[in-house]
Design a protein around this ligand. Structure first.
Ligand code: ACO
Length: 700
């Protein structure tokens, strides 16, 4: 683990390029450090000044002559290397390089950045940035940024790849009363990256949630490992923008075409237990909810409202979003029946109706919070003339305090009439929204996180120890020796057999005699296909014969396939004719693998056959660390699952066998990183077992 304690809790900070000229970044950083309440030493560094903001200034970091934990660099890019050297000599531990003009501006900048990293390595310094806003820790407290203001004290660690976004969010958070524990701008991530900052924040006692804004991830495996550990203590929510290069690498395969540009990040976040936000609003709504409310223990949600319409909207959002409307216990029903007027709805959603005063909210809210069948509560309000809106807000805050184990979210739908109450709820940490769906959406996110976190606790990588990897190695070596990267079908079928992925028997025949022998051995009927990596559309040139029932037909097919192929493609390298056992028709699915630059192999499962690209029905998971539970989940997510479990009275297919085949494909791809693409399409699924028909394996 990288220890970032001296970065987040420094005892001394040097500002290199500190300035007395208002408007300069070096001016702002010194003033921010001073006004942040920082208790450590601040050393302004500027060769032309003796004093900056009343502090003694030094010509270089070396001249300070005392230990320096952090140096904030705000000199022009061309001066950064020499000041970094000085910092190294002065024993500085961390550089926060605000300066821009590195990798982001092209080749020259990239070289400068590499040199900066080299200097840092030479002296054992770590770098934040370059090209950053800086870092704030409100509990240290310190503010090594050039932002206009210090962040409010709070429990959200915000880690952002964009500095400009940091500035905007900081300003917005001040207006909206959102507090942060850490505020980190990562910039170019030349050295320290998201994994380092997630790890540091997860060990920070003042952080209750980690909030990420990412454009990419640098170290895929480490990112996942660190995040999985972090979520054991705090939720991690991420907004990821920009498209990744996943899929592009393998666009020639069916699986590659099924993978969207963002598939790898979705798969990686899910495996890491990171909750993915789709908008900035959602990112901070969830962050706020995680710092103020407990995580729901289940999906059963109660709704309390004084407006039937709002209650219905919330009910729809709950059911569509995968939560459940709680079914109250008899005690709750009895209590509500006794205390509520006869017109009220005492079942979920509890409608205290339009003439309600705040006391009906008090009774209903406390009743549902006490109910063992309720995991979370949504309170809705329409500001009628008879309702004491502010009192309802007080009732909610008090109920939240009395029942700290269950989350409450609220939607007060109105304008001026609810303004004060909304402020009160915000101030007291009750997530408050204008409309019911927004409130419910926050509960959905929190519940999703609970499920993600539970999944990361349960399950080890699904491993099979009955595979023959030595033989696969031999096959791959011989393919390479032959100057190919694509396996012939019989070779691919043998690879599958080595990993106990049930495949239709397939053999290569170089003569009529051999073809007959193979066909008799595997049993009729058989299919015969020309075996040549140079011939793509085999059927079109008469290179495929199906339904062959006898030795005579095998011989005849061998001759005609060879003749047709030689005539149609005289230059093609022909290895012979593939004889494959013709399997009975099953339900067609696809199992495949596509590689991502950052996160490695991803396995895919979905509807297969010739319509695969039209149906676009596939789910993906990372092959590394793939658990049995994840495989089961990926099957149930697809439309193919509806067919497999027995559509319209059909006998169900062997779903456990399919799951096992996916697990084995994942292991094959983990064991042999040189597999660049893998497609098994179709796989015939049967009520008992399955058969992989067409297996394509490409090596890098
Ligand atoms: N050691 C110490 N001080 C030095 C050195 C040195 N080797 N060399 C110069 N200085 C002093 C200068 O004399 C000056 O002080 P002064 O005001 O007393 O004269 C101070 O350092 C700054 O140097 P300038 O040449 O005045 O540079 P300036 O302040 O104009 O710009 C800066 C420096 C801000 C780092 C600029 O190069 C830069 O990178 N700007 C962009 C920053 C940025 O946007 N970062 C990304 C943020 S994230 C986002 O997107 C918001």
């Amino acid at each position: 683990m990288n220890d970032l304690t001296s970065l987040m809790r420094p005892e001394s900070v040097a500002v290199i390029g500190a300035s007395n000229t208002p408007g300069k970044i070096g001016y702002a950083v010194v003033r921010n450090m001073m006004s942040s309440g920082y208790k450590g030493e601040i050393y302004p560094i500027n060769p032309k000044e003796t004093e900056i903001a009343g502090l003694k200034a030094y010509p270089t970091a070396i001249d300070v002559g005392k230990p320096i934990d952090v140096a904030v660099i705000c000199v022009p890019a061309k001066a950064t290397l020499s000041v970094a050297e000085d910092c190294g000599k002065a024993g500085v531990k961390f550089l926060i390089v605000i300066t821009a003009g590195f990798k982001e501006v092209g080749k020259e900048g990239r070289e400068l950045e590499e040199q900066l990293v080299e200097i840092a390595r030479k002296y054992g310094m770590r770098i934040v940035g370059p090209n950053v806003l800086g870092i704030i820790d409100t509990h240290t407290p310190f503010n090594a940024t050039f932002a206009k203001e210090m962040a409010l004290e709070g429990n959200i660690a915000f880690i952002s790849q964009s500095g400009a976004l940091c500035i905007a969010i900081l300003d917005w958070s001040l207006k909206n009363g959102l507090g942060f524990s850490q505020f980190v701008s990562m910039g170019n991530k030349a050295d320290l990256n998201e994994a380092d900052f997630i790890e540091a924040a997860s060990h920070d006692e003042d952080t209750k949630v980690i909030c990420l804004y990412l454009e990419d991830v640098v170290e895929g495996d480490r990112f996942i490992k660190v995040a999985r550990e972090a979520i054991q203590r705090v939720p991690v929510v991420a907004l990821k923008s920009g498209v990744s290069s996943a899929g592009a690498q393998a666009a020639s395969s069916h699986t590659g075409a099924l993978a969207g540009s963002d598939t790898a990040y979705s798969a990686a976040f899910r495996h890491a237990g990171i909750l993915r936000a789709t908008t900035m609003t959602q990112l901070f709504e969830l962050a706020n909810a995680f710092t103020t409310q407990p995580i729901p223990k289940g999906k059963r949600t109660a709704v309390v409202t004084n407006a039937g319409g709002l209650g219905i909207v919330a009910t729809d959002a709950i059911e569509l979003g995968g939560l459940e409307m709680a079914r109250f216990s008899e005690d709750t029903i009895a209590l509500l029946r006794e205390k509520m007027p006869p017109m009220a709805n005492i079942y979920n959603p509890v409608d205290v109706i339009g003439d309600a005063h705040y006391d009906r909210y008090e009774i209903a809210l406390n009743a549902v919070l006490l109910d063992p069948n309720v995991d979370a509560v949504t309170v809705l309000l329409s500001p009628t003339a008879v309702l004491e809106v502010d009192k309802v807000a007080e009732v909610i805050v008090e109920a939240n305090r009395k029942h700290p184990e269950k989350p409450i979210v609220a939607a007060f739908t109105g304008g001026f009439a609810v303004e004060q109450a909304v402020e009160y709820l915000k101030k007291h940490g009750v997530p408050i929204f204008a409309f019911p769906e927004e409130a419910v959406s926050t509960l959905i996110g929190m519940t999703e996180f609970a499920a993600l976190s539970e999944a990361t606790h349960n399950g080890e990588e699904w491993v099979f120890d009955d595979v023959n990897s030595e033989r696969v190695r031999e096959i791959f070596d011989s393919v390479r020796e032959d100057g190919r990267d694509l396996l012939l079908s019989p070779e691919a079928a043998e690879v599958a057999e080595c990993y106990k992925i049930p495949a239709a028997p397939s053999r290569l025949a170089t003569s009529e005699d051999e073809a007959e022998r193979h066909a008799v051995e595997m049993g009729f009927p058989v299919v015969m296909k020309i075996s040549s990596p140079d011939i793509m559309h085999k059927t079109d040139i008469g290179g495929v014969k199906v339904g062959i029932e006898s030795p005579e037909e095998v011989r005849e097919a061998f001759r005609s396939i060879m003749e047709n192929s030689k005539k149609a493609a005289p230059e093609a390298k022909i290895y012979g004719v593939e004889v494959q056992k013709m399997m009975p028709q099953g339900d067609e699915v696809i199992i495949g693998m596509v590689k991502d630059h950052t996160f490695g192999p991803m396995v895919a499962f979905g509807s297969g056959g010739v319509l695969v690209n039209l149906l676009q029905d596939a789910s993906f998971r990372l092959a590394r660390g793939l658990t049995k539970r994840e495989v089961d989940e990926m099957i149930t997510e697809t439309k193919a699952y509806t067919i497999l479990k027995g559509f319209r009275g059909a006998e169900p297919d062997d779903i456990p066998a399919i799951a096992e085949a996916i697990g084995r494909v994942a292991q094959l791809c983990r064991d042999f990183p040189e597999i660049s693409e893998l497609d098994i399409n179709p796989v015939f699924a049967y009520p008992k077992g399955l058969s992989a028909l067409d297996i394509k394996i490409k090596l890098s």
